[in-house]
Design a protein around this ligand. Sequence first.
Ligand code: PLP
Length: 424
Amino acid sequence: MKFQPYFDAAVAQIKAENRYRVFADLERQVGQFPKATFRKNGAAKDVTVWCSNDYLGMGQHPDVLTALCNTARNTGSGAGGTRNISGTSHPLVSLENELADLHHKESALVFTSGFVSNEASLSTIGKLLPNCLILSDELNHASMIEGIRRAGCEKKLFRHNDLAHLEELLKAADHDRPKLIAFESVYSMDGDIAPIEAIADLADQYNALTYIDEVHAVGMYGPRGGGMTDALGLSHRIDVVEGTLAKAFGTLGGYIASSEALVDAIRSYAPGFIFTTALPPAVTAAATASIRHLKASQVERDGQQRQVASTIKALTDAGLPVMPTQTHIVPVWVGDPMLCKAASDRLLEVHDIYIQPINYPTVPRGTERLRITPTPFHSETLIAELCDAMLEVWAHLGIDRADEPVRDDFVANRQRIAIHRAGG
Ligand SMILES: *Cc1c(COP(=O)(O)O)cnc(C)c1O
């Protein structure tokens, strides 16, 4: 092929930085969660998956599978078009009503993924508001960064969860100028939570809209699974709630919930919404079944919280460097890309445990980690096995287990990424 050396060089560069990604060939088995079949070089074996974003195992819940299969049998496999052409199916209309209710909003709009929902919504809001200024948390997800970039308006990064810095930036802008504060409720790699109420207070004081990514909280927090805003009774304080149907809800798709006017504007203007085929009705029906189940059932949330606490305690007691977390996300510090990959490889090869390495650019360089996400299905036996396996791997590879330096490094590195991202 022509120009091949350019592609080769690009990949070689990633390899030289020890951040070449190798995907594990996994096949999940309904009824065996969190076990999966792992295949490599013609051989197959069962492994325990400790890093799935199917946080509550809803991807194989009987209600969800029934809705998926019945709808596919009754209405077929695909949507048949964009929303405008012939893709607005009845299950999709029901799903949007369900989502608006979940977040106590007037309206909701479903996209083909959470990535697309952030990219399409943020870019469109930024374009529709004249001379808009977007204030963005420096650790926001790549999909938000893409949307903000495509908005083409001025943006300012505020230091992660730093209210004083956010206020300084808000204060410096003209009061009447349209402003949007974009942030996440639960940060997916560190497991910390934004000061949501205080950000909403600042938004009121300085005349800004608020946009929150609740991707890692919907289904899991709040009495009905409406996310952190639901858990804290703050839904009415946030203008736009964005979420995914692909993580705790176990299916596929993304969405926003907001006022009727804002949703209608995005529906009418966002290319990422308009010019793509709608989600299959079967997938949307499965998502609705999952949301309805989690609105009524607390069992999964309680089970997850319990097994998360148990995992954190077991790893911490064993002296493993669990990073400070406020949520179900349990990052364990490695701090080196090669060691991180080597630890992941050894867990899989020797201990039949799958936890993918988290390296740059998902996290800042020097803060590489293993990101563990316990579910209600990770039993005490599995937790004990994980603990023993990690101790063996840490000893075998000579990874640092010291705790306090870890936290200092962590903070220093967060500051470094701030500078890095502000420059880029
Ligand atoms: C995964 C993720 C998304 C994208 O959601 P998908 O439905 O997987 O496309 C958006 N925001 C955050 C913070 C995420 O972690």
